[in-house]
Design a binder for this molecule. Structure first.
Ligand SMILES: *Cc1c(COP(=O)(O)O)cnc(C)c1O
Length: 351
């Protein structure tokens, strides 16, 4: 597929990672003051890290090339080898990070079931282990909000509070994989700190709905971030004139958060249109942020192929389920094109 070369031809609903930088971001890349971040004198990275820490209400932040690296560094920094980590069974950190917890942090992951990505607090508490001669100690609870594989679902604030008190009671730390945590705060209509106050550390992505080309921020206490910097260097994540990327991240945090509400509105709008068509249904419980899971009577890969013929790109995520992701490069005109394509497929199936 020659998709990226001619973006205008396609309506790309595969992921919010496909967004291109805004014109303002290109301008910022061209003019950002630069240094050498490995030598510790990169002014634009320093500015982004300070802004990120302040935004999520933590003491410090560290710019990393990817969300995966931020999460894995968090786990390695929080845990000793052999520690047990409680984590939801379809969480990105265990499902899509290629065994990182075993390879990098050398921890044992105890995966727990959930309802649409949200673990029951009593199930979490039941699985906490105290270290002794036989069992590993549970030192970390990992959360994901919004939850990717569950379809962009939000963890309620009251549940976050429950997790926090369980963790405090048992001496566990809490790390939030907040790749899309700004979608959660915008979805709930609360300041991001209402969410992040319940966790010790959070990693969030600049390169998804916030539209930057590259990068994530791992945020937490100063002493934690200091140790995390060693892990980043060890993994090869030290970047030199990274201010070119950080300049985009500053625009992400200052200009791209509020617009996530548009993605959420468009997600509901395409979900509504598809729900009215024969051969399709919507999993409404999961339409909470910028993702839509479409249930298809026909096999999902077949529907995907028909959509692709019309220039609409998306991923099948199960035998009869397609995922659509809304983002900054999908305006109302592109949304209408996608809806029209679904309508045409529905008509051709009926006739
Ligand atoms: C995308 C994503 C990540 C990882 O981000 P990359 O930058 O692609 O490594 C981590 N967690 C969740 C929930 C994600 O959706």
């Amino acid at each position: 597929m020659s998709i990226p070369a001619d973006q205008a031809k396609f309506v790309d609903l595969r992921s919010d990672t496909v967004t291109r930088p805004s014109a303002e971001m290109y301008e910022a890349m061209a003019t950002a003051p630069l240094g050498d971040d490995v030598l510790g004198d990169e002014p634009t990275v320093a500015q982004l890290e300070a802004l990120a820490a302040k935004t999520v209400g933590k003491e410090a932040a560290m710019f990393v090339p990817s969300g995966t690296m931020g999460n894995q560094i968090a786990m390695a920094t929080h845990c000793d080898r052999g520690d047990a980590v409680l984590i939801e069974e379809e969480a990105h950190m265990v499902y899509y990070e290629v065994g990182g917890p075993g390879v990098i942090a050398n921890v044992v992951t105890w995966t727990l079931p959930s309802d649409k990505g949200v673990m029951a607090p009593e199930v979490v508490e039941k699985h906490v282990l105290k270290q002794n001669l036989h069992t590993p100690g549970t030192t970390l609870l990992c959360l994901e909000n919004t939850h990717n594989r569950a379809g962009g679902t939000i963890t309620p604030l009251s549940i976050l509070q429950d997790y926090r008190s369980i963790a405090t009671q048992h001496g566990m730390r809490v790390h939030l994989d907040g790749a899309r945590v700004f979608n959660a705060s915008v979805g709930l209509g609360v300041d991001i700190k209402e969410i992040t106050q319940h966790v010790d550390t959070v990693n969030f992505c600049l390169s998804k709905g916030l539209r930057a080309p590259v990068g994530s921020l791992l945020c937490g206490p100063s002493d934690f971030i200091e140790k995390a910097r060693i892990w980043r260097k060890r993994l090869g994540g030290g970047m030199r004139q990274a201010g070119i990327l950080a300049a985009c991240g500053i625009i992400s945090l200052t200009k791209m958060v509020d617009r996530l509400a548009d993605d959420h509105r468009r997600a509901r709008s395409i979900a509504q249109a598809i729900s009215e068509l024969p051969g399709f249904a919507i999993d409404w419980d999961r339409v909470q942020t910028n993702m839509v899971l479409v249930l298809t009577d026909a096999p999902a890969p077949e529907v995907q192929a028909k959509l692709e013929d019309q220039g609409i790109l998306c991923f099948p995520v199960a035998a009869n389920r397609l995922r659509l992701v809304l983002h900054a490069d999908i305006d109302d005109e592109k949304l209408d094109r996608a809806i029209t394509a679904f309508q045409e497929i529905a008509v051709s199936r009926v006739s």
